[in-house]
Design a protein around this ligand. Structure first.
Ligand code: SF4
Length: 341
C-alpha cells in the first residue's frame, strides 16, 4: 500500500486516476499531509468526505516510532533513533545552523553495503533500502519537535549510500523540496555519495537541482580502494570526470569530502595527488575529522590537520573544515550505528 507522504501531487493523481483529483486538489491534499503534517484530510477545500475517506483507505499515513532522542552535551545536536513498522531501526541527526535554523542528516538505508573501513554504518552491513516516506518522515519528525527553528537544509549523509537507493532518495528529495512538502530549497539539499559511478552519470543526465558531493577521502587509487572498497569498482579518475561533468551541467564547483584520519590521508602526497586530479577544475574540499568508535582510525592532531590544510592551500585547493558535531552521542559523521545507548 502506498504511503501518502512519499508521494508528490502528480504521483497521487497518477496512482489513482479514478479519484476526483485535479492538480490543485492533489496539491491541497499533499499540503495537508506533509506541509501541515496532519494525519487526516479535515478541511481540505473542495474535497468531499467520501473522497477523503477513500484516499485514506487506499494510502497509508503511518508514522515512524521515535525509539530514542539523544541530546549532545557538547553542542545542540540531537540524534534520533527511529523504528519502522517492520522493526528495522535507523538514525537521523538534527544539526543546528547559524541564523538559527535546522538542517537534518537523513539515513537512506538500514545499514550499508559499501563497507568503508572507517565507518560504523559500513560495519553493520546492508539490511534494506528506506522508502521515500521513511526519509521524508525523518525530516518531518525533527521539524515537529523543534518548531523554534525552521528546517532549511537536508543532507543525505546518514546511514546508507543514497545512490544505491536512487529512486527513493530522488523521490524523497522532490517531496521535501515541493511547496506542498517540506519547502526545503533544492540547493539546500545535498546528496553525498561514496562514488557509484553509473548513478552519478544518471543523476547528471537527469539534471536534478540538489548538490552532489563525492566522498573521496584519498586521491591515491590503491589507498582509496583499501579505505573505501567501492574504489575497486570505479577508478578515481573516472569518478572525477563524472563529477566534472556534473559540475559543468549543474553549475558551481566540484564538491569533494575528505574524511581526515591521522597518519592515513594527511600527507603532502595526498594534497598533491588531489591537485593533479583536479587540475583546472573549480573545486571545494570539505574536510571532516574521522569519528571511529573502534579506535582503529584516529583524528589528526591540530598540528597534523593544519599541515594538511596548508598543503591544500599551497596546491591552490579551496577547502572548508566541516564540524561534525555531537561526538558524545555518536551523532558525528561515520558514527551512525542505530544502536541504543
Ligand atoms: S561511509 Fe557512507 S558509503 Fe561508506 S560504509 Fe559508511 S554509510 Fe556506507
Amino acid at each position: 500500500m502506498a504511503h501518502l507522504r512519499g508521494l508528490r501531487p502528480q504521483d497521487l493523481r497518477a496512482l489513482w486516476p479514478d479519484l476526483p483529483l485535479d492538480d490543485r486538489m492533489a496539491r491541497r491534499i499533499q499540503a495537508r499531509l506533509i506541509w501541515r503534517d496532519a494525519d487526516d484530510l479535515e478541511g481540505v477545500p473542495g474535497l468531499s468526505r467520501a473522497a477523503a475517506r477513500e484516499l485514506l483507505r487506499r494510502g497509508r499515513t503511518t508514522r515512524l516510532a521515535v525509539v530514542e532522542r539523544q541530546s549532545s552535551q557538547v553542542d545542540p545536536f540531537v540524534k534520533y533513533l527511529f523504528r519502522a513498522g517492520d522493526g528495522q531501526v535507523f538514525e537521523a541527526v538534527r544539526i543546528p545552523l547559524e541564523r538559527p535554523r535546522w538542517s537534518v542528516c537523513v539515513s537512506s538505508q538500514v545499514g550499508c553495503a559499501l563497507g568503508c573501513v572507517f565507518c560504523e554504518t559500513g560495519r553493520l552491513g546492508f539490511t534494506r533500502n528506506l522508502q521515500a516516506w521513511e526519509m521524508v518522515e525523518q525530516v518531518l519528525t525533527i521539524r515537529r519537535e523543534g518548531p523554534e527553528r525552521p528546517v532549511t537544509g537536508v543532507v543525505f549523509q546518514g546511514q546508507g549510500e543514497p545512490l544505491q537507493n536512487y529512486d527513493n532518495v530522488i523521490r524523497a528529495a522532490e517531496v521535501l523540496r515541493d511547496p506542498c512538502g517540506a519547502r526545503v530549497r533544492g540547493d539546500r539539499i545535498t546528496i553525498s555519495t561514496a562514488g557509484v559511478l553509473p548513478m552519478i552519470e544518471r543523476y547528471t543526465d537527469e539534471g536534478h537541482p540538489y548538490r552532489l558531493i563525492l566522498s573521496l577521502t584519498s586521491a591515491i587509487p590503491e589507498k582509496r580502494a583499501r579505505l573505501m572498497p567501492i574504489g575497486q569498482a570505479f577508478a578515481v579518475p573516472d569518478l572525477m570526470d563524472a563529477m566534472r561533468r556534473h559540475a559543468a551541467r549543474h553549475g558551481g564547483p566540484v564538491h569533494v569530502a575528505w574524511v581526515l584520519m591521522a597518519g592515513v590521508n594527511t600527507g603532502p602526497e595526498e594534497a598533491h595527488a588531489l591537485a593533479r586530479l583536479l587540475a583546472g577544475t573549480a573545486v571545494r574540499v570539505s574536510v571532516i575529522d574521522v569519528n571511529d568508535l573502534t579506535g582503529r582510525f584516529r583524528r589528526a592532531s591540530d598540528e597534523e590537520r593544519g599541515t594538511f590544510l596548508s598543503a591544500l592551500a599551497a596546491e591552490g585547493l579551496p577547502f572548508v573544515r566541516r564540524y561534525s558535531g555531537g561526538p558524545d552521542i555518536h551523532a558525528a559523521c561515520g558514527m551512525l550505528a542505530a544502536r541504543r545507548a
